[in-house]
Design a protein around this ligand. Sequence first.
Ligand code: FAQ
Length: 335
Amino acid sequence: MYAQQIKTGARRLKSLAEMEPQERAFQEHVDAGSKIEPKDWMPDGYRKTLIRQISQHAHSEIVGQLPEANWISRAPTLERKAILLAKVQDEAGHGLYLYCAAETLGISRDQMLEQLHNGQAKYSSIFNYPTLTWADVGMIGWLVDGAAIMNQVPLQRCSYGPYSRAMVRVCKEESFHQRQGYDSLIKLCRHGTAAQKEMAQDALNRWWWPALMMFGPPDGESVHSAQSMAWKIKQNTNDELRQKFVDQTVPQADYLGLEVPDPDLRWNDARGSYDFGEIDWEEFHRVLGGDGPCNRQRLEDRVRAWEDGAWFRDGLMAHANKKADQKSLGRADAA
Ligand code: FAQ
């Protein structure tokens, strides 16, 4: 329902009566649950919000390859290596679908990458943390992909057609990612040695809070939530999804025999969900501001990968241009 009253840090939204006819028709279309397609009229703000969110999402997928790729050459078995390779390749595919979806809104992939490389665009805070042990790879699958699924399943119903369709395939693959992470932690925690379980606990201690930060600032400080929900880009607030994630994940930690590093975590019978402790928002803002443990390294790696790939892009362009020349020569001959 349009103008749903949620408490957020955003300014007041326009009512239907305050909108110009074109914008009102757009909003009614969205309210009716219909999709917006690239050639449809859309408010500038809708276009900008989507470009921002989809490009940040795409950047997260490709920067997100880096922490796990660190372990491909050191995976403990051939099977684990094959699984991890497939997962890291999937993340590149997710980036590709998402960059393509953003391109339908009138921005080029080169522009988006330029914004990533010059620090203008964000990517998820979570990928600025290091993967110190093999258990961290399991934690990324279980917690990071788990949080990503919680956030992305509702995005399959996003009002913008190309984004919502891209998310259907992404979510299927993220489910495999989450399962492989949890499976590797079951091996460490329930079938492994005491040292392996300790390694998993240490990884959980380091990844739990950053995983909760993935859902974004608390609702009272979320700048974009109210408008994005009115436009049905987002279906839930950041805090709603964070709570669902905690409720789903704590029993999974119990099954592994791991302790969630939060002394304030307890089941609240009245609410039917878990109460949990205060997130360190200062740390969140520090990481967003570029001062997390790995921000510099991640950006350097992405820029280097872009520069190293220049010869390949040049080759592709030369090939495409040659094909185009041959085609136009063929047409000239036929004329
Ligand atoms: N990190 O007003 P809100 C993955 C920014 S994919 C960095 O609440 P919004 C797969 C936000 O952009 C993970 N920045 O914003 C994988 C905004 O900044 P701006 C990525 C954050 O958009 C797994 C400002 O704070 N998923 O993990 C973060 O309504 C394993 C104010 O925030 C997506 O991108 C953060 N955690 O809600 C890959 C999903 N949180 O632009 C490899 C799509 C907030 O004004 C391995 N995105 N910010 O300068 C979304 O759902 C939303 O954009 C939110 C933020 C929920 C992230």
